[in-house]
Design a binder for this molecule. Sequence first.
Ligand SMILES: *Cc1c(COP(=O)(O)O)cnc(C)c1O
Length: 510
Amino acid sequence: MVAKYSDRVMLMQYKSTRNSKIRLEASQVIVQGISEEGGLFIPERFPDISGQFSRLSKLGYQALATDIFSYFLTDFTHDELETCVSRAYTQEKFGPEPVLLKSLAGVGNRHILELWHGPTCAFKDMALQILPYFLSIAQKKNTSGRKAVILVATSGDTGKAALEGFRDVPDTRVVVFYPQNGVSPMQKKQMISQEGKNVNVCAIHGNFDDAQTAVKHIFTDEQTKLVLKENGMMFSSANSINWGRLLPQIVYYFYAYFRLSETGKVELGQPINIVVPTGNFGNILAAYYASQMGLPVNRFICASNTNKVLTDFIHTGIYDRRRKFYTTSSPSMDILISSNLERLLYAFSGENDVKLADWMNQLASGGHYDVGVEVMNRLQKLFFAGYSNDKDTANTLRETWILENYLCDTHTAVALGVYNQYVQASGDENTPTVIASTASPYKFAGSVLEALNTKTTQDEFANIAVLEKLTGIAAPVQLNALQKKTVRFTEAISSEQVSEYVLKTLGIGR
Ligand SMILES: *Cc1c(COP(=O)(O)O)cnc(C)c1O
C-alpha cells in the first residue's frame, strides 16, 4: 500500500472551538495550551490512514506513534519526532511494551487495554511522558527562550504524571493543584513527595472542578500573563485541554486494534467497541479521533461513576453541572465540568464556533446548556453512556477477580460494569470490545481490598502488602518505594488564592 505522502507533507493547522478563523501551527498550540478566547484547539482535519493498515499493523509502538504524530505535528521534523518518541516510551519507564492487551476469558469478546505500565501507574503517563519533549521543541520554535510554567489541576493522576514527566526538564516549571480531600492516599503521597528542583504541589480547599476553574482562569487572565511575560516566562498546560496530551492517546487505540488483528480476533476493517472510564472526556475523545482517522468503531461506551453528568448529558442533550458532587472510589473521575466534551460538540454541531462559545458561556454563568434534539440524536448513535455507583463497581471488581481471575482497579471496574449495561441494553455481546484500563489496582489498593471484602487499614502500604498476598500479583515497585520518601509539600489554599500562589512560587509576586 502506498503511503499517502501528500497528506504527510501537508501543513496541519489548528483552529479554536470558539473561533474557527484562528489558524495556528502545532508547536504554537502545544506551547499555548488553550486558545486566547478560552476555546480548545482542534486540528483542521483528520487524515484517513485506513488505507495503510496492513503496513501500520506491523509496526512496534514507537514506530506507530511516530507515524501518527507526523500527520499532526507538521512543523516538527521527522528526526525531532523520533527523538521524542524514543526518549519517552523507553523500556526503562514502561517495560518491553508500553501498553498491554489482555483478553478476558468469560462471556463476550472483551479485551482489556492496560495503559498503566508507566512511571506513575496510570494512563496519564502515555501522554505526559512525551509532552515535555514536544514542549521543549515547540518552545525553541516559538517563544524565543521563554520559560514554560506548566499549571496543572488534577483529580489525582495528571498531577503526578506531569510532575514525573517535567521534573528537572530545563526551562520548565511545574505547579500542581489538587483537591485536598479528593484524591486517594497513594495519589497524594505520590505528589507531595515529588522530587525535582522545578516542581511545586499545593492542595486546594474544594473539589477538582474548583481547581480546574481556577487554573483555566489564570490562563486567560491578561494581567497575570503580562507579569509572566515581563519576567521571561509563559503559561502552558499539561491538562488534557492541551492537544499535546490528546494526540499521544490516539496511538494506543490503533495499537490495540492491530494486536487484535495479529491474533486473529478481528479482520482488518472489522468494527470494534471501545469502552472508556471517563472524567474530563480526554481519553474517550482520543478514541473518537482515532475513528475519524479510519479506526472502525461500532460504539463508544462512555462510563461514569456517581458523578454522572456525562451519562445524563448523552441521554438528554442537557449538560447540567448544578448537582451534588460525590467523592467516590474512582476519584480520578470525580468531575462535573468535563472540558473535552467541548471538542466533541464542535464536531457534532457542524463546527459551529458561535454555538460552542454560547454553550460554554451558559455553562460558566448558569451551570447548564442544552444542545438540542438533533445533536443529541447524532451523539446517541455513536455513544452509549452509563454509570456505576461505588457498590456496583465493587461488585464488578470482585466478580472479575473471582470469575475471570483478572484484578483491575476501581476506574477500570466502572468501565467493565457499564459495558455489561451496554450488552444488556443492546444485545451486542459479539462485537470485539476494547476496554481501557486506566490505572494499576495497586494505586487504589484500599478500595480494591474493600471490594474484595478484605479488611483495610489507614496505611496504604500495608494495604498493598495485603493485596499482594491475597492475589499473588506483585505491586509496581515505584509505589512501594514511595513509603520511604519524605513529604515536601504541605500547603493548602483556597481557589481564590491560586493566582497569588503561582506568582509567589515563581518569585515574581507583587
Ligand atoms: C484521568 C483518569 C480517568 C479519566 O480520564 P479522562 O481523560 O479525564 O476522561 C480515568 N481513570 C483514571 C485512572 C484516570 O487517571
